[in-house]
Design a protein around this ligand. Structure first.
Ligand code: NAD
Length: 445
């Protein structure tokens, strides 16, 4: 773990008691959509953090992932205020502010940290701007939209000595960590192959011939698009479904792959590196002309220098990872940890075993509802100690890079040679150009 200087603004708890207002980390929560229904309560649940502002370019509407979700900055502010009003010791709470423009949050000197729970095309810009503004950052996965953005994010976070936790919260799962430790400690023998699963597109494309729909009242579409190209509005472009359009995301490859390929990188000890070759294995893509243009079936192979193959595919719903070695395998997914031989699961780590960082050392029970609160807890601790959390900026960047390279190889249908030290593609100008993309003025990194 890297130590990071630049102290936060709050004062030591010994002076005021653990939950005194002056001791709380003040947070601006940016992006009040689908994932905010999980992430916002995770921040509210920690006494030493106070959500003082929320921000969304949408005032409020139905029609996010599920039609009955009613989300946006207005309901988010109401939720925060209702939460603090009902909590003992809430006397210091002045009420939560709500903003349309995130720059107003970044400009507030009384805000220590921000949570970025916005579509992927905003992660890079907001992170760099937040780092420059002196904020610590919880940035949802996938960390970046492009490899070049990820590099800029690493640079900005380190230059401004900020804490960044990537929202790849399976790093806070006891069983996912155990799986990675078993692999790192040779308990499945020599690693041969890794299978990572990413889901299919789980929304219906309006299809070729789609017609623009009116921009809803209370929705700042231009600020939603931000650095992305200016295009006509359609209701299926934005809320939740942005992940199926390459202007804003990388499809399920970056969505689920930011978890499964992240666990592969962790288990292999590749957090500061990556594969050397990436090739398409017969991916499938939607017919041109629709709104969605991300892979319908993911299929790529990434080869690491030591010979391990990672096969990232869409073979089953949801997400899972299976790591196969010469003497057994480990598997992690919604069903938790499975191993072969089964005895591996209960194996007690030896005194000389590699132990990976734990978000919450007291958490031994595997339950997915704990991952995100523990991941947030780990972020808050990192802010206080100025030491890196379990998924710092480099981790998020390198994992996103695997996913982006997979997408580029699948789009071009050819093998790419990646230099993970220089972070560049070798001998392929067309593919290299896809590592970055222009931003719409006035936005730039
Ligand atoms: N960790 C996980 O397991 C997990 C799960 C789901 C989503 N996510 C991530 O969370 C992020 C958001 O996904 P989602 O499903 O909540 O999407 P969403 O579309 O439901 O919500 C995003 C919200 O951000 C708002 N927004 C867009 N641009 C903005 C801007 N410039 N300023 C302020 N608000 C802006 C939108 O209006 C919307 O309300 C994505 O990066 C996604 O990958 C992570």
């Amino acid at each position: 773990m890297t130590a990071v200087a630049a102290a936060p603004r709050f004062l030591p708890s010994t002076l005021f008691g653990a939950s005194a207002p002056s001791n709380r980390i003040t947070l601006g929560f940016i992006g009040c959509g689908n994932q905010s229904t999980i992430d916002l309560p995770a921040f509210l649940g920690h006494d030493d953090c106070q959500v003082v502002a929320v921000c969304d370019v949408n005032t409020a509407c139905h029609g996010y992932r599920h039609p009955d979700q009613y989300l946006g900055r207005k309901p988010a502010r109401e939720k925060v205020n209702a939460f603090y009003a009902g909590r003992a010791g809430a006397a210091g709470h002045r009420g939560c502010d709500a903003y349309n423009d995130f720059r107003e949050i970044l400009a507030r000197a009384d805000i220590d940290a921000v949570a970025l729970v916005v579509p992927d095309h905003w992660h890079g810009l907001m992170t760099v701007m937040a780092a420059r503004a002196g904020k610590d950052i919880y940035c949802e996965k996938p960390l970046s939209l492009t490899v070049a953005e990820g590099q800029a994010m690493v640079k900005a976070v380190r230059q401004h000595q900020r804490i960044l936790q990537t929202g790849s919260h399976y790093r806070s799962s006891p069983e996912a960590r155990r799986a990675a430790e078993l692999v790192r400690n040779g308990r499945i023998g020599e690693v041969r192959r890794i299978l990572t699963q990413v889901a299919e597109i789980n929304a219906v494309d309006p299809g070729p011939g789609w017609e623009p729909t009116p921009i809803p009242e209370g929705f700042d579409y231009d600020l939603w698009l931000g650095p992305a190209p200016k295009v006509p509005y359609h209701k299926d472009r934005c809320f939740y479904r942005f992940r199926f359009n390459l202007d804003y995301s990388g499809g399920q490859v970056t969505n689920f792959g930011a978890h499964t390929n992240d666990l592969a990188q962790w288990a292999l000890g590749m957090d500061e590196s990556g594969p050397v070759e990436v090739e398409d294995l017969g991916s499938e893509w939607p017919a041109p002309g629709g709104l969605y243009n991300t892979a319908t079936k993911t299929a790529f192979r990434a080869r690491y220098a030591q010979g391990v193959e990672l096969l990232c595919r869409t073979d089953q719903p949801g997400f899972s990872i299976r790591i196969e070695g010469s003497e057994g395998w480990v598997e992690y997914g919604y069903q938790g940890l499975k191993t072969d031989p089964e005895s591996l699961k209960a194996l007690t780590p030896g005194p000389n075993d590699i132990r990976l960082p734990q978000s919450n050392p007291d958490r031994i029970e595997e339950a997915s509802r704990y991952h995100i609160p523990d991941h947030v807890r780990n972020f808050l601790e990192a802010i206080k100690t100025r030491r890196d959390p379990v998924a710092p900026v480099e981790v998020g960047h390198r994992t996103a890079t695997v996913c982006h390279l997979g997408n580029i190889a699948m789009r071009l249908k050819r093998k790419l040679n990646w230099d993970p030290v220089q972070e560049r593609l070798v001998g392929d100008d067309e593919a290299s150009r896809m590592l970055t993309r222009p931003m719409r003025a006035p936005w730039s990194l």
